[in-house]
Design a protein around this ligand. Structure first.
Ligand SMILES: *Cc1c(COP(=O)(O)O)cnc(C)c1O
Length: 362
């Protein structure tokens, strides 16, 4: 967009992302911290995030090759791990050309690898099924799979798996999953990777050779109660301006469906953000927003382009004032709870229509 008329924006604090990365990297000691920047870096602009992190990070991870190619186009030269591996046989040639590390999880991918006419010399990670039942080879298959790798690939091999309940500190399952992976790792004398953000925070024994840091990189904890979460700094601030203010008499309603009714004479401000921008439509009345160092409740239904907030109890609010929907003052988890969603989904659903404003001070 060349001309920006509406001031709705997602400000991305790149200093915060570097601090979060360094904090977690320090916390995990010798383990190599992979920055997971799939889904446009969880809605934070993958290329900008990667440019800021590339001097600090050895390895990035994305979901599929298309996402990695975008990073190459934007000048990122670090190796990139492809978490879902190849979707097509021709992905191997692209991976070879661009130094992508492929995570292989299924028989058909191994068949592609063994039928390649040109040598594939990039590193390979093998995903093991330990309890998520989503991606990965059965434990009994691993030996056979490893036989397909070149001596070089075997020497660099990383066995990898994924927790299904790492958030739950009272669950036995994470350590059971880890034990299954560790048995293979010992047998094949290779490296391993198990921990996502929740694993990093809750299960230090799972840090291993590589952690895969996603959500916490963006300053949001998958386990708000874990004391290690306190040092994380939220990276995204979603904000929009007030575009109208009006008085509403007792008994009047606000918004579609008349779901909110004034119990007193109220002052309602209309804010230029709606569900088409990624603010969830089912967010309940009463959800806090932050404006001029004060907190106001959302009232009435979220529209496509607008929300309405009750500013009756606030002072000196004017048209043009900036309203924070989530960020450093409004915890995204609160909005997630009030809209039956999770922080991951809210971040990744901020729509294209919202410009990302990159902030980085020296
Ligand atoms: C997305 C993803 C991660 C990162 O998970 P977070 O919970 O965001 O830290 C790690 N590993 C795999 C395989 C993933 O797909």
């Amino acid at each position: 967009m060349s001309h920006i008329s509406r001031n709705t924006q997602a400000v991305i604090d790149l200093n915060a992302i570097i601090k979060n990365y360094q904090y977690i990297d320090h916390l995990t000691g010798d383990s190599n911290t992979i920055a997971v920047i799939k889904a446009d870096a969880y809605g934070h602009d993958a290329s900008k995030v990667a440019q800021a992190l590339s001097p600090h990070v050895k390895l990035f991870a994305v979901g599929f090759i298309d996402e990695a190619l975008t990073l190459r186009q934007d000048g990122i030269t670090n190796p990139i791990l492809i978490l879902e591996g190849p979707f097509k046989e021709s992905d191997f040639a692209i991976a070879q050309k661009h130094n992508f590390v492929l995570m292989l999880h299924s028989e058909y991918q191994i068949n592609w690898l063994s039928s390649l006419t040109q040598a594939f010399t990039c590193d390979i990670w093998i995903k093991v099924e330990t309890g998520m039942n989503r991606l990965g080879f059965a434990i009994e298959k691993i030996e056979q799979v490893i036989l397909q790798l070149s001596p070089q690939q075997k020497s660099q091999l990383v066995l990898c798996s994924h927790f299904s309940t790492a958030e739950q500190t009272n669950s036995d399952k994470p350590l059971q999953q880890l034990a299954k992976l560790m048995e293979l790792v010992k047998k094949h004398d290779c490296k391993f990777s198990m921990a996502n953000s929740a694993g990093i925070l809750n299960w230090p024994e799972s840090h291993g050779d590589f952690t895969r840091l996603g959500l916490a990189l963006y300053g949001i904890s998958p386990i708000a109660t874990n004391p290690l979460s306190q040092a994380l700094i939220p990276v995204m601030t979603l904000s929009a301006n007030i575009i109208a203010i009006h008085k509403v008499a007792i008994g009047e309603t606000v918004g579609y469906g008349d779901t909110w009714q004034a119990k007193r004479e109220s002052i309602i401000a209309t804010v230029a953000i709606g569900y088409a921008d990624g603010y969830p439509r089912n967010t309940k009345s009463g959800t806090p927003v932050f404006v001029k160092q004060q907190v106001a409740p959302l009232v009435g239904r979220v529209s496509m382009d607008m929300i309405t907030i009750d500013i009756t109890d606030l002072s000196s609010i004017n048209i043009g004032d900036s309203v924070e929907l989530w960020g450093k003052n409004i915890n995204i988890d609160t909005v997630a709870q009030q809209s039956d969603s999770i922080n991951y989904e809210l971040l990744t659903r901020v729509s294209k229509r919202v410009p990302k404003v990159i902030e980085q001070s020296q």
